[in-house]
Design a protein around this ligand. Structure first.
Ligand code: GDP
Ligand code: MG
Length: 594
């Protein structure tokens, strides 16, 4: 155990975590050159395409220093604001963290939030300034910022270039010398913390765990402290680029476990694994996940509901932050009301359902959670517009507020403040990090920030501003339900809860947007927005005059087939609502309103 080091890499997105992880694997000979493809740890297709790390991954390396061989377990973590839940789970499995800061960008909002998470878990922090090769790197200024932030010495900050392989050996030495070896007693009753799991269709569920106390052996009878079921440890081992089976794993190690579990709901991330005949206590679990955004997910084909349920259960195994309950919609039938950590998370869940499980789904208008205080004294939680009680029964409503930290170059202060005010925000604090970089904090409604705020912030600051936020509680707010009707028929899945002051304007813009997004059909369609009984906006979508196929009259069969195929494809994410076909984009229209 003396020779084990468990560590993670934390950083703001794009500061170079994954590239640095690749260099560490390369330097320690964990991978040979043939195995070395760029960013091996981002092995999910989606991660490669988006160039971001979504899941945390663990990998073991060997490193020799002063004649001793050390085992280094590295856990890579995602940096986007939506995934801080993944970060906190990885952090709980480590004793130290490399804090990477881009030498050309300096400290950003998530550098700070991840650092706080690591400090809460008492991790040893090794500051690394990456990308020193860049011509516009500002090593002295950025070192000042780091020293100021974590209170270390200037010489503690390691200068590195993950791209050119500089500073890698110094980082490995610091991991061995500065991070503590794990504590724990291999002879004590077994306590292993589940920090991740993934569904493998051949072998059942794979569990990733940190053994905190005791020893687990192949073939052991084991149990989960919180769920109580018993299993056999069919296979245990360590995670290199692939899985390497071992006959036993003891305290201090990061490992995997396969016990043929097929039912996703039996495995809970945060649960403790122990022996039924010599029980260890439950380890302190992880923080509860707090979903920020709620939206309905429905199968495009209503007969695929059960299949969608099974797919969501499997996905949840690999993403414990996904939560849902059943929901029925008059327009869309049976589906799920899901909670997400943010809009990027929602987008990723939808894409993973489609790619990994071959499901075609519709997601409905996202919403935050409101609280309704009724005239009879009851308090209701409202996660969807359809749950909004009748206005005559409502005494008042509350909506969630957040505290946002924004770090930016000082020249963008003006536009950032006006953007925040437009989003009903109030500035609370302003603090210069250096002469031309400023940290601002605002209080504003969560509903204004979760949808497109981040994109707007990036565009007004030419990409320079970074954002982090935390919930601070609920505050009274004047919200109303905005309904949409297509040919007089209310479409529940298109309703939204909006601030009264903006409601008429939103109704008008929403109708305009829907008119652009809903394809013209064989008949006229009236698109209306209403608040209660009152119609606040109306647009008309006129019928198509000619059948598209008429164009190829008498003609060419292959061209006709192509057109039909094209129509079929276009239909993939459409739902028939009453007589009207509505595409996926329409459900997101409310987010695109300027
Ligand atoms: P992550 O989001 O923190 O995992 O960051 P990545 O490792 O994906 O890196 C983000 C971008 O920065 C990629 O385009 C990398 O090629 C680039 N990058 C990473 N490290 C360096 C470095 O040391 N120097 C330079 N010039 N670019 C780097
Ligand atoms: Mg990455």
């Amino acid at each position: 155990m003396e020779n084990i080091r468990n560590f993670c890499i934390i950083a703001h997105i794009d500061h170079g975590k994954s590239t640095l992880a690749d260099r560490l694997l390369e330097f320690t000979g964990t991978l040979n050159e043939r195995q070395m493809e760029a960013q091996v740890l981002d092995n999910m297709d989606l991660e490669k395409e988006k160039g971001i790390t979504i899941k945390s991954h663990a990998i073991q390396m060997k490193y020799k220093l002063d004649g001793q061989e050390y085992i280094l377990n590295l856990i890579d973590t995602p940096g986007h604001v939506d995934f801080s839940y993944e970060v906190s789970r990885s952090i709980a499995a480590c004793e130290g963290a490399l804090l990477i800061v881009d030498a050309s960008q300096g400290i950003e909002a998530q550098t700070i939030s991840n650092l706080y998470l690591a400090l809460e878990h008492d991790l040893e922090i090794i500051p690394v300034m990456n990308k020193i090769d860049l011509p516009h790197a500002m090593p002295e200024e950025v070192t000042d910022e780091i020293v100021e932030l974590i209170g270390c010495k200037r010489e503690d900050v390691i200068r590195a270039s993950a791209k050119e392989g500089k500073g890698i050996e110094e980082i490995l030495q610091a991991v061995v010398r500065r991070i503590k070896a794990p504590k724990g007693d291999p002879k004590a009753p077994l306590q292993a913390m589940i920090f991740d799991s993934v569904f493998n269709s051949f072998r059942g569920i794979e569990i990733y765990m940190r053994v905190v106390n005791g020893t687990i052996r192949k073939g052991d009878k084991i149990t989960f402290v919180n769920t109580g079921q018993e299993y056999f440890a069919e296979e245990i081992g360590v995670l290199k680029l692939d899985k390497q089976p071992r006959s036993e794993i003891s305290a201090g190690n990061v490992a995997y476990l396969i016990s043929g579990i097929k039912v996703a709901s039996e495995v809970h991330v945060g649960d403790t694994i122990t022996h039924p005949d010599r029980r260890g206590e439950s380890l302190k679990g992880f923080e509860e996940v707090k979903p920020m955004v709620f939206a309905g997910i429905y199968p495009v084909d209503t007969t695929e509901f059960e299949e969608l349920r099974a797919s969501m259960e499997k996905l949840k195994l690999n993403d414990a932050s996904l939560v849902w309950e059943l929901e029925t919609s008059a327009a869309l039938g049976f589906g799920f009301r899901c909670g997400f950590l943010g809009m990027l998370h929602m987008e990723i869940i939808q894409e993973r359902l489609e790619r990994e499980f071959n499901m075609t789904v519709i997601t409905t208008v996202p919403s935050v959670e409101f609280k309704a205080f009724l005239t009879d004294g009851e308090e209701l939680s409202v996660n969807a517009p359809s749950e909004m009680p009748d206005p005559t029964r409502i005494n008042y409503l509350e909506e969630p507020y957040i505290k946002a930290q924004i770090i930016s170059k000082s020249e963008y202060i003006g536009p950032i403040i006006s953007l925040c005010m437009d989003k009903r925000g109030v500035i609370k604090n302003q603090n210069y990090l250096t002469t031309d970089r400023v940290e601002m904090s605002f209080e504003m409604p969560l509903s204004e920030i979760v949808f497109d705020f981040f994109d707007k912030l990036k565009s007004i600051s030419r990409g320079y501003a970074s954002l982090d936020y935390q919930l601070i509680g609920f505050r009274e707010s004047d919200m109303v339900k905005l309904d949409v009707m297509l040919n007089g028929e209310k479409v529940d899945a298109l309703s939204a809860i909006v601030h009264r002051g903006k409601s008429h304007e939103w109704g008008r813009k929403l109708c305009e947007k829907l008119r652009e997004l809903i394809p013209r059909q064989m008949f006229d369609i009236a698109i209306q927005a209403a608040i209660g009984q009152k119609i606040v906006a109306r647009e008309n979508l006129s019928a198509i005059r000619k059948n598209v196929l008429a164009k190829c009259y008498g003609g060419d069969i292959s061209r006709k087939r192509k057109l039909l195929d094209k129509q079929k494809k276009g239909k993939k994410r459409m739902r028939q609502i009453g007589s009207v076909e509505v595409p996926q984009e329409a459900f997101m229209a409310i987010l695109k309103i300027e």
